[in-house]
Design a protein around this ligand. Structure first.
Ligand SMILES: Cc1cc2nc3c(=O)[nH]c(=O)nc-3n(C[C@H](O)[C@H](O)[C@H](O)COP(=O)(O)O)c2cc1C
Length: 214
């Protein structure tokens, strides 16, 4: 088995180390963040770090790279106070990946990547029409990760749109019914398959399958 330790990790070429560290902890979520600039220009960028932070109140978070260069997503949600999180599905992988390209401030990644912006129920930030799951968030806070200058951004979930048939009776979302794509590092994309869903784990009791009805 290959073994890396703290000193051999430091000696690896930067790109190799980044690929290794980005991918070895497992499959990540894959979402497009939609924002709007003060002059009304829509912006879209792919993120593989969106996680749920809590459900009451409903919040999510994501990691933003250090503010050492212009970050349109950050500037836009700070000024508008809102952003959207749009699931990458199998049919839009190439378009979604392309949104990570650096374009000038006034250029919309929606247009450049061939995805469609849409505005729902008066929410300020643009959603992606092609995404099966769309979430509207209000920016609420940010925390600096002092060790490397990244930011953990926190958003309050104000809207969720998703196909009726993907929601189980108890609210759990059957993500493979939406062809949800998962990211491996920053250039790999996988189509995960749900293989099991289990009852709440109780001490000394084996968990039962609840996949066919919770
Ligand atoms: C698969 C993938 C995942 C990414 N995840 C993140 C992320 O979690 N955080 C981040 O700051 N950048 C991430 N990026 C890079 C951004 O997409 C990229 O910097 C983008 O240009 C940001 O756009 P903006 O300047 O319009 O905000 C990721 C790129 C790819 C290809």
């Amino acid at each position: 088995m290959k073994h890396f330790n703290i000193s051999s990790l430091k000696e690896l070429p930067n790109r190799y180390r980044a690929n290794l560290i980005n991918s070895c902890t497992g499959y990540k979520s894959s979402n497009l963040l939609g924002t709007i600039s003060p002059s009304g220009k829509a912006n879209l960028a792919i993120f593989n770090s969106v996680v749920h932070i809590g459900s009451a109140p409903a919040m999510l978070g994501f990691i933003l790279r250090p503010l050492t260069v212009r970050r349109d997503t950050y500037n836009n949600f700070k000024s508008a106070g809102a952003f959207t999180v749009n699931q990458v599905s199998q049919n839009i992988i190439k378009q979604a990946h392309h949104t990570s390209a650096k374009y000038d401030e006034g250029i919309s990644e929606f247009k450049k990547s061939g995805l469609t912006e849409t505005y729902l129920d008066g929410f300020e930030a643009p959603y992606v029409t092609e995404s099966p799951i769309k979430i509207g968030c209000r920016y609420i806070n940010e925390y600096e990760i002092k060790e490397n200058g990244c930011l953990l951004i926190i958003g309050a979930i104000e809207h969720i749109y998703l196909p009726e048939e993907s929601i189980a009776k108890d609210g759990w979302v059957h993500l493979d019914k939406t062809n949800a794509i998962s990211a491996v590092g920053i250039d790999g994309y996988a189509l995960p398959k749900i293989v099991e869903r289990l009852s709440y784990a109780t001490a000394n009791e084996p968990s039962k399958s609840i996949l066919d009805g919770a």
